[in-house]
Write a protein that binds this ligand. Structure first.
Ligand code: ATP
Length: 598
C-alpha cells in the first residue's frame, strides 16, 4: 500500500475521521465557487453587461463562500484532531498491553531507547502527520481536481495543456517519497540510538560523574548525537532533488499552458475572460499541487513510521491456552526442566518438588541458574523441555492471570512507581482498602518508617519522588507480597544488599509471609536459609546437592559444606569464641532465632 494509515492498530475506526475528510473535500468544492463567480463577472465585464447588482451579488457570494470555507475547515480540523488523538491513545494502550504479553526475551534483545523511541517519537510523528498532513493532502488533492474540472468545462485545450506534465510530476513525487523513506529509516535508527544513550547517560550519571565522564566527555553519547545531527540533515536534504524535479515539472505545465493561451488569445480563438480565469485558477491549481508533493512525502514517511509500530504489534505474544486449567493447590514441581536464554544452556534436567507450608532454598554460585528458576516459574520465559507444574497443572496450561494470582514475588531490586506509598503497596492487590494496605505494611515492618515520611502513606515515591533506602524498599515490596496473599512466594535475594539490622526486620517480615505457603528463597548468604525444609545447591544449571542444612553439612567435601565454611570464616563467625550474631544480637536467620553451627 502506498500509504499505511494504521488505524486498524487502534482496534476500531472513528466516524469523525471520515467526516473530517469529507469536510475537507467539501472545503475544496466551496473553494472553487469564487473562481466561477469571478469567471461570470469577467464575462459580463468584457461583454459590457456589468451592473451594480452583479457586483454586489458577486461580492455577497464571495463573502458567503469565505465564511463557509472557514466554518467547514474548522469542523474538518476539529473532527480530524479529535478522532486522531483518540485513535492514537487507543493504539498506545493496545501496544502497551501487547508488550506486557511478550516473552521477556523480546526485551532483552532490544534496547530500552529503541522501545521508548517508538512509543513516544514514532507515535508523535505519526500523530502530527495524521492530524495535520492528511487533511491537507485531501484538500490539496480535491482542489486541483475541482479546478481541473472547471478548466475542462471552460476550455478543454488549455486544460489538457495544464495537466500534460502531471504524469512526470507524479514520478517526481514517488521518487521523493522513496528518498525520504530511505533516509528516514536511517534517521530512526540514529534517533533510537541517541534516546538509548540518553537514557543510559541519565541512569548512569552518578557513575559517570565519579569518573569525570559527563557531557562531551561521554564519548558514546557524543558520537551518537553527532550521528543524529548528520542523519537529520541528510533526511532533510534527501528528497530535495526529487522535490525540485516535481516543482519544476508542475511549473513547466503552467508556463506551457500560459504561453499557449496567450497565443490563442491573440489568434482570437480564446476569450479574455476565459484566459484570465485560466491564469487565476492555474496559479491556485499549481500551488496546491506543489504543496501536495511535500505533504505526500510526509504522509509516506508517517506510513513508514506506522510500519515500525506495526512490527511491534506483530511480535508473537507468549502463548496462552485456549482452555486454561486451574491449579488445585500451591505445590510447585519442576519436572526434568531444561532451558537456554539464547544458545547457552542455563538449566539442565532440573527436577524438584516444593510443597505448601515448606521453604525451599536455592543456593549456589553466581550464574548457576537460581534466578532462572524464578523466571520460568512465573513464565517470564517458557521452558525449552520438561515442565513446571503448580497444583498439578503445567504453568503453560494456565491463564496468565491465574498464574500471576498464585505467585507473590520479592526481588532484590524493588521497582517503585511514581505514585504514593499507598498505591505502590496496592500494586499487590489494586482493590485493597487503605486498612488492608496498612495491615500489610505493619506486618512487613514498614508502617513505622512510612509514618516518618513527609506525607506518610501519601508520599510520592519513584522517579522524581521520595527515595527510600534499600531495606525500606524491600519491606515495601514484602508488604506488596503480603497484600497479594498468594499461595506461592518467591524471594530472590531479598536481603542481599541490606545491613544486619534491616536483614533482621526483613526476615521477620518474610517469616510472616512464609506461613502456610510454598516458599522458594534464592539466597547467597547461607545462614539466612539454614532452617529451610530443603536446600537445592545449583552449579552450572544443575542441582548437584539437595537436602537439609544438616544433611548437606554431613557430605564430605560437599559444595554446600565448603561454601558454608567459607562464609562463616568470612563473617568472622567465631571471634575469640563469640559469634558475630552474639556481637550483633539483632541478626537472626530466616524462620529461626538461632544461628546454626557446624
Ligand atoms: N536475560 C538473559 N539473557 C541471556 N542470558 C541470561 C539472562 N539472564 C541470565 N542469563 C544468564 O543465565 C545464567 C544464569 O543466570 P541466573 O541469573 O539464573 O543465575 P543466578 O544463579 O541467579 O546468578 P546470581 O546468583 O548472580 O543472581 C548466567 O550465565 C546469566 O548470564
Amino acid at each position: 500500500m502506498l500509504v499505511d494509515f494504521g488505524f486498524d492498530l487502534a482496534g476500531r475506526t472513528d466516524p469523525r475521521l471520515w467526516r473530517g475528510l469529507a469536510l475537507s473535500v467539501l472545503q475544496a468544492l466551496v473553494g472553487v465557487v469564487p473562481y466561477l463567480v469571478l469567471y461570470f463577472a469577467l464575462e459580463a465585464v468584457f461583454a459590457g453587461r456589468a451592473t451594480d447588482a452583479l457586483a454586489w451579488g458577486s461580492a455577497a457570494i464571495l463573502g458567503l463562500c469565505l465564511l463557509l470555507v472557514w466554518v467547514v475547515r474548522a469542523h474538518a480540523m476539529l473532527d480530524n484532531f479529535a478522532a486522531t488523538y483518540a485513535l492514537v491513545c487507543d493504539m498506545r494502550l493496545r501496544l502497551a498491553d501487547h508488550l506486557g504479553r511478550l516473552p521477556m526475551g523480546f526485551f532483552t534483545r532490544r534496547r530500552t531507547g529503541a522501545l521508548a523511541d517508538v512509543l513516544t517519537g514514532d507515535f508523535a510523528i505519526y500523530t502530527e502527520v495524521v492530524t495535520h498532513t492528511w487533511g491537507l493532502v485531501v484538500a490539496n488533492l480535491a482542489l486541483p481536481v475541482c479546478i481541473a474540472g472547471v478548466l475542462f468545462l471552460t476550455d478543454w485545450r488549455l486544460a489538457l495543456l495544464a495537466v500534460a506534465t502531471l504524469p512526470f510530476a507524479l514520478l517526481g513525487a514517488i521518487w521523493s517519497q522513496r528518498l525520504l523513506v530511505r533516509a528516514g529509516l536511517k534517521l530512526t535508527i540514529a534517533k533510537a540510538d541517541t534516546v538509548g544513550r540518553l537514557v543510559e547517560y541519565i541512569q548512569g550519571i552518578a557513575v559517570l560523574r565519579a569518573f569525570g565522564r559527563t557531557g562531551a566527555k561521554h564519548a558514546a553519547l557524543s558520537a551518537s548525537l553527532a550521528q543524529l545531527e548528520k542523519q537529520s540533515l541528510r533526511t532533510e536534504l534527501a528528497p530535495a532533488p526529487a522535490l525540485l524535479l516535481y516543482g519544476f515539472t508542475v511549473e513547466l505545465g503552467f508556463t506551457i499552458a500560459a504561453v499557449a493561451g496567450a497565443w490563442m488569445l491573440t489568434g482570437g480563438t480564446l476569450s479574455p475572460a476565459v484566459y484570465l480565469l485560466f491564469l487565476v485558477l492555474s496559479l491556485r491549481f499549481y500551488k496546491s499541487l506543489g504543496e501536495l508533493g511535500i505533504y505526500l512525502a510526509e504522509l509516506r514517511f508517517a506510513s513508514a513510521t506506522i510500519g515500525r509500530i506495526r512490527a511491534y504489534f506483530g511480535e508473537p505474544e507468549q502463548p496462552e491456552p485456549a482452555t486454561p486449567n486451574a491449579p488445585a493447590g500451591g505445590d510447585v514441581v519442576f519436572d526434568d526442566v531444561s532451558f537456554a536464554y539464547e544458545e547457552q544452556t542455563v538449566l539442565s534436567q532440573v527436577s524438584a518438588a516444593m510443597c505448601p507450608g515448606t521453604l525451599t532454598a536455592l543456593v549456589g554460585p553466581s550464574g548457576s541458574g537460581k534466578s532462572t528458576v524464578a523466571h520460568l516459574t512465573t513464565r517470564l520465559w517458557d521452558v525449552d523441555s520438561g515442565s513446571i507444574r503448580i497444583g498439578g497443572v503445567d504453568v503453560r496450561e494456565m491463564a496468565m492471570a491465574t498464574l500471576q494470582q498464585h505467585i507473590g514475588l520479592v526481588f532484590q531490586e524493588v521497582y517503585l512507581f511514581r505514585d504514593t506509598v499507598l498505591n505502590n503497596i496496592r500494586l499487590g492487590r489494586p482493590d485493597a482498602t487503605a486498612e488492608q494496605v496498612l495491615a500489610a505494611a505493619k506486618a512487613a515492618h514498614a508502617h513505622a518508617f512510612i509514618l516518618d515520611l513527609p506525607q506518610g502513606y501519601d508520599t510520592i515515591l519513584g522517579e522524581g519522588g521520595y527515595s527510600l533506602s534499600g531495606g525500606q524498599r524491600q519491606r515495601l515490596s514484602i508488604a506488596r507480597a503480603l497484600l497479594k496473599d498468594a499461595p506461592i512466594l518467591i524471594l530472590d535475594e531479598a536481603t542481599a544488599s541490606v545491613d544486619l539490622d534491616n536483614e533482621r526486620l526483613i526476615q521477620e517480615a518474610i517469616a510472616q509471609l512464609a506461613r502456610g505457603r510454598t516458599v522458594i528463597v534464592i539466597a547467597h548468604r547461607l545462614w539466612t536459609v539454614q532452617h529451610a525444609d530443603q536446600i537445592l545447591y545449583f552449579e552450572c544449571g544443575r542441582i548437584v546437592e539437595r537436602g537439609t542444612h544438616a544433611e548437606l553439612l554431613d557430605l564430605e567435601n560437599g559444595r554446600y559444606r565448603r561454601q558454608w565454611q567459607a562464609q562463616q570464616q568470612a563473617r568472622g563467625w567465631r571471634i575469640g569464641g563469640a559469634t558475630l550474631l552474639q556481637l550483633q544480637p539483632g541478626s537472626r536467620s530466616l524462620l529461626s532465632d538461632e544461628p546454626a553451627e557446624i
